[in-house]
Design a protein around this ligand. Structure first.
Ligand SMILES: Cc1cc2nc3c(=O)[nH]c(=O)nc-3n(C[C@H](O)[C@H](O)[C@H](O)COP(=O)(O)OP(=O)(O)OC[C@H]3O[C@@H](n4cnc5c(N)ncnc54)[C@H](O)[C@@H]3O)c2cc1C
Length: 404
């Protein structure tokens, strides 16, 4: 049976769309299937998050022709200040410490990212978007894979990528176990306008319930990721506008003058998940289907983007050599490349969350001293900055700013 496409991507979220674009841009025949209507996914009410896009991820987006549709709405992050509850000790990252003009990263609204992805996909002749459609079952053997969609249509492909999110039906169907737990925390997300400019400074303020992040957006706006106890979050989200504004400003402070929340409030339950394997027969897990981390360091999507850059490179290299893109060699290369980075970040973000969402005095003292120590050690600080920027380690070509 001839293949309908070479790669089938289940899930057209940020990671699934990006993988489809990376592979179709290099000439692969790709279909991306999502159960949601693209018009809904691009709407204002779909996803209130703004993402911290690391510099390495920006290179990937740029290399795939996406950045030109994003740049005007991307706010460069020039400094990051990390402050602990009432302690005066804080950690300060400044992009100038790295001796270049390159920002530490960018804050981009997820709806801006989605719009750019859908527009770019439309311009690629070998990219097919099937949405709203559901991927039901997938079977695989030596000769290829067959995905049966919810409406009974069958799609033959060499390789299936599961980009179907943290509850990944394909991961479960493949019998891949996962280590997972829920944090007793919810991420409340909203946008705030303020009187004074933020000067490109991102702030992470550790409060007893968890981190309260103020992320600079274009204009005098900031995106708030307010980690709160899961039991309290629904009450906060349901407050009247005036009450919510008062709660928010008590945490935000007045350093940017008067503040006013605008637009809807979102609540995201927070969890951690690590799939035991990232691959099965002719199947690769990417993004949150493979790993979910705490948003404390704004890295979840960035890890996903590194998955995409690695899988696309393994697939395209194999295709150029005339090899089977769904073969074990490709899948092993992908898993070897990605697993350590994702597992390490899960450990680091989990540890940071435990360390900072804690009011026990000795723990507070130790973390205060830790922040101060890092601040006084420029080489360590530069190393941490480079890691957060995604410019360390064995990076795929796209993440180094090269073509696939
Ligand atoms: C509060 C918060 C703040 C965050 N901030 C940052 C940040 O600053 N920086 C950062 O890097 N990351 C951040 N993240 C993480 C980031 O948002 C996620 O990692 C990313 O959005 C995951 O995208 P995804 O495409 O893997 O999954 P999803 O967005 O979940 O997409 C999965 C898609 O699969 C589709 N689907 C599922 N099952 C099927 C099926 N059977 N058939 C067809 N389609 C299907 C769904 O409809 C969905 O569109 C944050 C997360 C949270 C919760």
């Amino acid at each position: 049976m001839a293949d309908d496409v070479e790669l089938l991507v289940a899930g057209g979220g940020l990671n699934g769309m990006l993988l489809g674009i990376a592979c179709a841009d290099a000439g692969l025949a790709v279909a991306v299937v999502d159960r949601q209507d693209p018009t809904t996914m691009m709407g204002e009410a779909f996803d209130g998050r703004a993402s911290a896009i690391a510099y390495g991820s920006k290179l990937v987006l740029d290399g795939l022709g996406l950045w030109s549709g994003i740049a005007a709405e991307a706010q460069p992050i020039l400094e990051i200040r990390v402050a602990d509850d009432e302690s005066p000790l804080f950690l300060h990252y400044d992009h100038r410490d790295l001796g270049s003009d390159i920002p530490l990263g960018y804050i981009v609204e997820n709806r801006v990212l989605r719009r750019a992805l859908f527009e770019r996909a439309r311009a690629l002749p070998s990219f097919t978007l099937l949405a709203p459609r559901i991927v039901g079952t997938v079977t695989a053997d030596d000769s290829g894979t067959v995905a049966t969609l919810g409406d009974g249509a069958r799609i033959h492909a060499r390789l299936v990528a599961a980009a179907d999110g943290k509850d990944s039906p394909l991961r479960r169907a493949a019998g891949i176990r996962a280590v997972e737990w829920r944090y007793k925390q919810t991420g409340i997300v909203t946008t705030v306008v303020h009187e004074r400019p933020h000067a490109g400074i991102a702030i992470e303020h550790f409060l007893p319930a968890g981190p309260f992040a103020i992320l600079p957006m274009t204009g005098n706006r900031s995106s708030i990721v307010w980690t709160e106890e899961a039991a309290l979050a629904p009450h906060l989200v349901a407050l009247s506008d005036a009450e919510f504004a008062a709660e928010l400003s008590a945490r935000f402070g007045d350093f940017l003058g008067a503040t006013r929340p605008i637009g809807p409030r979102w609540a995201y339950p927070l969890s951690l998940m690590q799939a035991e394997r990232y691959t099965a027969r002719r199947l690769a897990l990417v993004g949150e289907a493979a790993h979910v981390i705490h948003p404390i360091a704004g890295q979840g999507l960035n890890v996903g983007i590194r998955d995409i850059a690695a899988l696309a490179e393994a697939v395209i290299d194999a295709r150029r050599l005339g090899l089977d893109i769904g073969g074990d060699q490709v899948l092993e290369r992908y898993q070897r490349w990605r697993r350590l980075d994702a597992v390490l970040l899960a450990g680091v973000t989990d540890g940071l969350n435990r360390l900072f969402s804690n009011t026990v005095p000795p723990v507070k003292l130790v973390r205060g001293l830790g922040l101060a120590a890092v601040n006084r050690l420029p080489p360590l600080k530069r190393l941490l900055m480079s890691h957060a920027m995604g410019t360390l380690g064995d990076r795929p070509r796209l993440a180094r700013g090269e073509r696939l």
